[in-house]
Design a protein around this ligand. Sequence first.
Ligand SMILES: Cc1cc2nc3c(=O)[nH]c(=O)nc-3n(C[C@H](O)[C@H](O)[C@H](O)COP(=O)(O)OP(=O)(O)OC[C@H]3O[C@@H](n4cnc5c(N)ncnc54)[C@H](O)[C@@H]3O)c2cc1C
Length: 381
Amino acid sequence: MRRTLYGPEHEELRATAREFLQRTVVPRMDEFIADRALPRDFWLEAGKQGLLGLHVPDEWGGGGSDDYLFGTVVGEEFAKVSASISSCYGIHAGVVAPYLVELTTDEQKARWLPRFCTGELVTAIAMTEPSGGSDLAALKTTAVRDGDDWILNGSKTFITNGYGADLVVVAARTDPGKRAKGITLFAVETGMEGFTRGRKLDKVGQTESDTAELFFSDVRVPDANRIGDEGMGFIHMMERLVQERVGAAVSNTMHARQILDETIEYVKERKAFGQSVGSFQHNKFKVAELVTKMDVTQAFVDQCILAHAAGELSTADSAKAKWWSAQVQNDVLDECVQLYGGYGYMNEYRVARAWRDARVTKIWAGSNEIMKELIGRDLGL
Ligand SMILES: Cc1cc2nc3c(=O)[nH]c(=O)nc-3n(C[C@H](O)[C@H](O)[C@H](O)COP(=O)(O)OP(=O)(O)OC[C@H]3O[C@@H](n4cnc5c(N)ncnc54)[C@H](O)[C@@H]3O)c2cc1C
């Protein structure tokens, strides 16, 4: 189905992203998988191509665009190549960027944004703790005021880009007497004494991304590194989760679509009983169902992209896009593995890795259950 949301200016940027990915990422995928991380030169080259600070004002080194569609068109190209690299890129350029652009002082912008855009300063965001991620308001990491500084203690886990990030936006409790209203955000930077990282976590999928535990032991963070207002951290995060969730939906949908397209080519070529496996009625109907599912999902996600670009996307609609696309992605990729037969279970095949990579999308950025909770609440239930 022809999509109507992108214009020639978006397609031009898509071509830049595609060229970058084909040149910088595709030939080195085995290396990234083995390292369980992206090398610095990946970030520096992405910065050189103008892909990291699309929405950062130009005075701070970014592209200065206020058109959200430039972000999604690049996100789609990353998702086609690797869900994992797409998540690393998305955390930096799509998730953390709004915190550093919208909530920071000019002094902080000058300190962080130019290097954010060049890829010299890679970022992460740390909300989840070993004791829980869904109940964000119950987080236990503390920050206690000490003169012009804050003393941070606690730990975070499952943090994307956590191992390699130079700056991590950390949510910490500054008022133990309050739940949601007692949380504040801080920028914790590499080199701060008492800030350490655990091992790169050994995940089922998304092998190319670095996912880490972070530890804070009496870390002295200057108040100049506080992001946003004291006690407003939870609200700041909630306001930005709409963008994180529509971004996840874009990636989920495009990732599944790409692998489905590759699967269709495969079942046209692969022969059994003297005919292509795609020509058996069962498989033909199966593929017809999968293509329909993807087209219908894409239509809803496209509407969400447009609504978010217009500043109108609701929490409930972003939750629908996020959980639905994650479910469809997982359902479609499971069927794609089946259509590949035994090769679909081999790690050297993209379909196998995509199937493993997709599993987490029903868990992170608010699990499917939490998304349904938000939708139910919106219905007054
Ligand atoms: C690869 C990976 C990367 C990640 N990257 C980041 C990152 O960069 N930054 C970050 O902060 N976090 C990150 N996360 C953490 C992720 O957001 C959490 O794992 C997620 O929010 C769930 O939290 P939890 O794992 O503590 O599960 P829990 O909160 O313990 O939930 C366990 C189960 O109970 C269900 N559940 C919980 N509450 C309810 C309820 N009210 N109703 C119904 N069911 C419920 C959940 O849906 C889940 O199925 C990442 C996770 C993974 C696996």
